[in-house]
Design a protein around this ligand. Structure first.
Ligand SMILES: NC(=O)c1ccc[n+]([C@@H]2O[C@H](COP(=O)([O-])OP(=O)(O)OC[C@H]3O[C@@H](n4cnc5c(N)ncnc54)[C@H](OP(=O)(O)O)[C@@H]3O)[C@@H](O)[C@H]2O)c1
Length: 277
């Protein structure tokens, strides 16, 4: 991607346009001299406008600093950015949701989010981090949590609201009582886990599917070996592209796969053709 690259957008069921490619800032260095600031400024310069964070990542403040700097320098404007964050699972109680979002907005130095997601359908005891233990899990009340998310939407604190890591069954239950349907379901998706059933369901009810860890999150405790998969490697050598380029190409060729929220290298992943046989 370079500064002249036009990133396609998807129209969410809220009417908001979401850039198809986003840069995730999970598990990144959030120290005061974090490299995130330079990385985000560079990303904006080469064409990114969509950034994905979450309360549990601990990166909202450094991302907020970088965005503030970019806006102050005139490199971008608030309305040209699309910022996503997520409600952590220890704040599912309806009375905690609006205040959690307000804290997120303070961290990000923003007045509103473009997209606010319930990070996971799993409700956890207050103060629980990840990975959670079985004894930290509480009975879920997504109906109550979603109602508070709708309040966030109605108060203009989030232009769109959605969920993450929800199954078809969990989405169907939520849709049965939602006044505002979720705009997005952000889930793990890459060539080794294509989420066909979930995508079919979501396409049918107008929920946009976003991929997290599109490269399979190599090296993490939950990651896969997608980048070293023999099929991916044979396609990449045949087309003289890297495995990461092969994994990311559906963004441009199969719009059904929708946005890939990613922490991948900024240059050279897109804009090439792969014809199926
Ligand atoms: N909603 C959720 O529950 C959830 C869960 C997980 C993640 N997410 C979101 O998804 C984003 C991406 O997740 P992720 O970082 O796990 O996913 P990923 O994009 O699948 O994996 C990132 C890894 O790929 C490597 N990489 C980047 N570019 C590469 C390239 N061109 N060739 C080879 N390897 C490359 C990176 O190495 P380097 O570090 O060396 O660059 C890093 O180790 C997160 O930042 C977060 O915003 C959401």
């Amino acid at each position: 991607m370079n500064s002249s690259t036009e990133v396609p957008s998807f129209k969410l069921n809220s009417g908001t346009l979401m850039p198809a490619i986003g840069l995730g800032v999970a598990n990144a260095d959030n120290s005061p001299d974090s490299k995130i600031t330079a990385a985000v400024l560079h990303a904006i310069e080469v064409g990114y406008s969509h950034f994905d964070t979450a309360s549990i990542y601990g990166t909202e403040c450094v991302l907020g600093d970088a965005l503030f700097k970019a806006i102050s320098m005139g490199v971008t404007s608030r309305q040209d950015l699309f910022i996503t964050s997520k409600l952590w699972s220890d704040s599912h109680d309806p009375e905690n949701v609006v205040s959690a979002l307000q804290q997120t907005l303070t961290n990000l130095k923003l007045d509103y989010l473009d997209l606010y997601l319930i990070h996971s359908p799993m409700k956890l005891k207050k103060g629980t981090r990840q990975p959670a233990k079985a004894e930290d899990v509480l009975p879920s009340d997504i109906k109550g949590t979603w109602s508070a998310m709708e309040t966030c939407f109605e108060r203009g604190l989030a232009k769109s609201i959605g969920v993450s890591n929800f199954t078809v069954k969990e989405l169907a239950q939520l849709l049965a009582h939602a006044r505002v349907p979720p705009a997005v379901n952000q889930v793990e998706m890459h060539p080794l886990w294509q989420q066909k059933k979930l995508r079919k369901f979501c396409n049918g009810v107008g929920i946009h599917v976003t991929a997290w860890s599109p490269l399979g999150a190599p090296g993490t405790y939950y990651g896969t070996d997608a980048l070293t998969n023999p099929v991916i490697k044979s396609i990449s050598s045949k087309h003289n592209k890297s495995p990461a380029q092969v994994e990311m190409h559906p963004v441009w060729q199969q719009k059904k796969l929708r946005k890939f929220c990613n922490g991948v290298g900024i240059h050279g992943l897109y804009r090439w053709e792969l014809r199926s046989k």
